[in-house]
Ligand binder design. Structure first.
Ligand SMILES: NC(=O)c1ccc[n+]([C@@H]2O[C@H](COP(=O)([O-])OP(=O)(O)OC[C@H]3O[C@@H](n4cnc5c(N)ncnc54)[C@H](OP(=O)(O)O)[C@@H]3O)[C@@H](O)[C@H]2O)c1
Length: 338
């Protein structure tokens, strides 16, 4: 029995940028006809990221032409392929094409543009493999030639990226100082992941870090996804020739450089954007990084947490949950048949 090809798909869309609660709608969108080199893909799962909300708000580094379907990270199953498609088969799992927006029930895409995703990893884990785990991996690999025993410091350590950093650092023999807003809530979990120190990101943070590390130890790499005073704490905690990499700005506050440390400790400040890395990396680099991510997820070296799962039509509740304080893991959308 052949699968009927739908002509429309429901999706979470916005026609103007703004606050998600004001601009998002769950609506019917037209699907292009299935061409000979196309595949029809049905959503299995998708993730809600801070960057999705930035894109909807119009503040992210790359915006979509409007109207746009929201969401950047999702996986789906191939439901039907065009007559000329030989390398992709019905049932294969692929990454939902990011530029089309992934908070949608289904999509028709050029089969050649779709990236295979291993089926032996559960969907709710595999769906989180494209943004945060590779970001954590690249942050640890691409900026400082870290040696066994070196210290890395980060803020928002209980974020999805932060938890990946802790686990990958541990597996590499690195040590981590982890700043969080609520250590009493996160310390046990982060310690179980391999965190060496979990400390409060408050006005006394620098003193606490220095007291915990002692005079002769200072981190070589600092990872900042907050900004403002939290980033200043990281910069001050770094040792000689330390590097601070900013890859997120959860508070929206400026990253400022403390002049003394900047000059006397020869600190370098860099930025990292996974989106740019993925668009400029060679196929070899992409395959190597994703192979390492999948291996770490399969072996349990890196665990990623799911807070809750919603159907697409409950997008408003899902986004409210994603923005809520005290969440444990990512909020996901699930496809219709899951
Ligand atoms: N540049 C890149 O390529 C790239 C790639 C991936 C992620 N990122 C960025 O990395 C950051 C973390 O992403 P994620 O997906 O891992 O995040 P996530 O799991 O959603 O966690 C968000 C983190 O931010 C903290 N936070 C939220 N609002 C805050 C505030 N006002 N002040 C201080 N802390 C606050 C949360 O702390 P509580 O639990 O205390 O609320 C939590 O630790 C985001 O900024 C994201 O955009 C960037």
């Amino acid at each position: 029995m052949s699968t009927a090809i739908p002509t429309t798909s429901r999706a979470v869309r916005y026609h103007a940028t703004g606050k998600p609660e004001a601009v998002l709608h769950f609506e019917e969108t037209a699907l292009a006809p299935l061409g000979d080199s196309d595949a029809l893909v049905a959503l299995e799962a998708a993730v809600i990221h801070p960057s999705d909300l930035g894109m909807i708000a119009g503040t992210y580094g790359r915006l979509r032409p409007l109207p746009a379907v929201a969401g950047r990270e999702g996986i789906g199953r191939v439901v039907k392929v065009g007559a000329g498609v030989t390398w992709l088969h019905v049932g294969d799992r692929v990454r939902m094409p990011e530029d089309e927006g992934v908070w949608r029930e289904s999509v028709i895409a050029r089969a050649g543009s779709l990236r295979h995703v291993p089926c032996d990893i559960p969907a709710e884990i595999a769906v989180m493999s494209f943004i945060n785990p590779p970001t954590a991996l690249l942050l640890l690999k691409n900026f400082v030639d870290l040696q066994h025993g070196d210290w890395v410091i980060q803020n928002a350590a209980n974020s999805a990226v932060g938890e990946c950093v802790i686990q990958l650092a541990k597996a590499r023999g690195l040590r981590t100082v982890n700043l969080v807003r609520s250590p009493e809530k996160h310390a046990a979990r982060l310690t179980a992941f391999g965190a060496d120190l979990v400390l409060a990101d408050d006005k006394d943070a620098l003193k606490t870090i220095q007291a915990a590390l002692g005079k002769n130890i200072a981190p070589r790499l600092a990872l900042n996804s907050i900004g403002g005073t939290s980033a200043v704490t990281l910069l001050r905690a770094l040792g000689q020739d330390g590097v601070l990499v900013t890859f997120g700005g959860m508070t929206g506050d400026l990253v400022r450089f403390p002049t003394r440390e900047f000059i006397f400790n020869n600190i370098t400040c860099r930025g990292f954007w996974m989106d740019r890395w993925a668009r400029t990396a060679s196929e070899d680099e992409l395959s190597t990084v994703f192979a390492e991510v999948y291996a770490s997820l399969r072996s349990g070296v890196m665990k990623v947490a799911v807070d809750s799962t919603y159907p697409l039509e409950d997008y408003a509740a899902a986004i409210a949950r994603a923005a809520a304080y005290g969440r444990n893991g990512k909020v996901l959308f699930k496809g219709k048949d899951r």
